[in-house]
Design a protein around this ligand. Structure first.
Ligand code: HEC
Ligand code: HEC
Length: 486
């Protein structure tokens, strides 16, 4: 009771007193009360432990041999030194050249329709869905049903584009997500006629894209399944015994395939070569991502743990706005600063758009429900300072631009035709969240403070880079690392 009263009076002080007039300690006390009312607690992250599963997942994450024409790795679009995004507005997968913000579309010019999101903390329990439209999600209802029926059931159920063909044994959302970029035509898979570049090392040069060829003529979940099977065959050749010899008396297996077999065996000693499937591979990728991309040292968490000097006055003032009149925490809530729900900000569309539409209809593409038009999953904000540009299509080049858009979405969307009329259709205008539609009226100073606050969520990841980015990958192909832009 006593503490509640103290918190309340502190809170009152915060609301009534102008910021400068409040002494340091009282200011922190009031801010802490505000944060407690929002349930802010320090982030809990798994320890950084490198085990055999991590090493397998790390190799798979950085190795371009997982893509049809052996040129694109997960890391191509999720570069550790670009905040696990890639510095581009719209990600470029197959056919692209160079990395980071210098990455160009190749001759055929494929851009994917969306911005590469950062992938920090996606192994945290607060995460409920993946992708800007949440199309890979935990099926909470099925999980609850199963537990009601059988208390000991720990099966996790997912809603995904694979529907009934989703494989058993996928450990978590990160692993479930990893099933999909591998099979995306513009992301990693490519087309049946593609070949790997001629100037690659012999064992990878000018090879057909047998992954896309295997799946030609199929579609949907079955196509995804076929690509997965072909990929396992490429990496591990599970039906070939190491001692098999070809006509020249050479073993059929390349050294790099043997290395993948060794890594997989070390990670899964109880699973035989022939039983290894895409499930073990994506579980390893998910495990690697969970450990490597957990944030651990943000000044913000030190502040929450009680160190008043962990963050600047500007950051504290920013936090007051974030959890106060900025209304940010209405959507960016919880330890990762996302409610994992869907909202429309009426962000201006660039690029090819999604499916047949030149606009991106967001969550609507998943549910078909008109109320979901133009809605996107609230992005989490830890390390957001590192992953510009922002929004689902990367249209905001800076944090300032992203916040200014929130500040007045209907007017700052740059959506006026020359004659002054709004270029959005009525549906898009009406979709904008009521929390923001009327405008927040934040001043430039307030926006600066919000940026200072977001900066306090930034983790110092530089020291970990040598443990996250491998020096080489089993295929021997160029590592999609950021030690030097290629
Ligand atoms: C061509 C670039 C590209 C490649 C290659 C790529 N991604 Fe992504 N990734 C994206 C884009 C773009 C999205 C968002 C797509 C969407 O929302 O529709 C995304 C989304 C994700 C997400 C979801 C994050 C969230 O919270 O929504 C994760 C996790 C992820 N990718 C991991 C991976 C892994 C693992 C691989 C390799 C197996 C991979 N990505 C390969 C571009 C790429
Ligand atoms: C109504 C819910 C809502 C509110 C309130 C809100 N946001 Fe957002 N925020 C979103 C959504 C949804 C997106 C993604 C929109 C898109 O890409 O189309 C987003 C995107 C962002 C991004 C870009 C992140 C990235 O990775 O691309 C930042 C930064 C951000 N918000 C900060 C803020 C701040 C600061 C405030 C308070 C001034 C705020 N938001 C208020 C829902 C909200």
């Amino acid at each position: 009771m006593k503490t509640t009263a103290a918190l309340l009076s502190a809170l009152l002080m915060l609301l009534l007193a102008p910021a400068v007039a409040v002494s340091g300690e009282a200011y922190d006390q009031a801010l802490r009360a505000l944060l407690a009312s929002h349930g802010q607690t320090p982030l809990e992250s798994p320890p950084f432990v490198i085990d055999d599963k991590y090493l397998l997942g790390q190799a798979l994450f950085f190795d371009p041999v997982l893509s049809g024409a052996r040129q694109v790795a997960c890391a191509t679009c999720h570069l550790p030194t670009r905040g696990t995004s890639n510095g581009q507005a719209l990600a470029v997968g197959v056919d692209g050249r160079w990395l980071g913000e210098n990455r160009l579309t190749g001759g055929r010019g494929f851009e994917t329709p969306r911005n590469s999101p950062d992938i920090w903390n996606r192994g945290h329990a607060a995460v409920q869905n993946m992708f800007w439209d949440g199309r890979v999600a935990l099926d909470e209802e099925a999980i609850d049903d199963a537990r009601r029926y059988d208390k000991d059931d720990t099966t996790i159920y997912f809603e995904t584009p694979m529907a009934g063909r989703f494989p058993d044994g996928v450990e978590n959302l990160l692993a479930a997500q990893a099933l999909f970029p591998l099979t995306g035509v513009d992301e990693m898979l490519g087309r049946p006629g593609d070949r790997s570049p001629r100037d690659f090392a012999d064992e990878h040069a000018n090879l057909p894209n047998e992954l896309a060829q295997a799946a030609a003529g199929t579609s949907g979940p079955r196509q995804i399944q076929i690509v997965h099977e072909a990929l396992v065959a490429r990496l591990l050749a599970p039906r070939l015994d190491t001692d098999d010899l070809d006509e020249d008396g050479e073993p059929e297996l390349a050294e790099w395939q043997k290395e993948y077999r060794r890594l997989a065996h070390a990670a899964y000693p109880d699973v035989s070569l022939r039983q290894l499937s895409i499930v073990e591979l994506v579980n390893a990728i998910g495990h690697f991502e969970k450990i490597a991309f957990a944030t651990r040292n943000a000044p913000w968490d030190n502040y929450l743990r009680g160190d008043n000097y962990a963050i600047s006055y500007g950051a504290k003032a920013g936090a007051r706005i974030f959890f106060g009149n900025g209304r940010c925490a209405a959507c960016h809530s919880g330890p990762l600063f996302s409610d994992y729900e869907f909202h429309s900000l009426g962000v201006r569309q660039i690029g090819p758009g999604k499916n047949i539409s030149s606009d991106d209809l967001g969550r609507y593409h998943v549910t078909g429900d008109k109320r979901d038009l133009y809605k996107f999953r609230t992005p989490p904000l830890r390390n957001v300072t590192l992953s510009a540009p922002y929004f689902h299509d990367g249209v905001a080049a800076t944090l300032r631009a992203a916040i200014r858009h929130h500040n007045d979405p209907l007017n700052l969307a740059d959506a006026k035709y020359a004659n002054g009329t709004h270029s959005w259709n009525r549906g898009k205008r009406k979709s904008v969240s009521y929390v923001l539609a009327a405008g927040l009226n934040l001043t430039d100073t307030e926006i600066n403070r919000l940026i200072a606050f977001l900066k306090s969520l930034e983790d110092d990841v530089d020291d970990l880079m040598p443990r996250i980015v491998p020096a080489r990958v089993p295929s021997g192909l160029p590592v999609a690392s950021m030690y030097g832009l290629r």
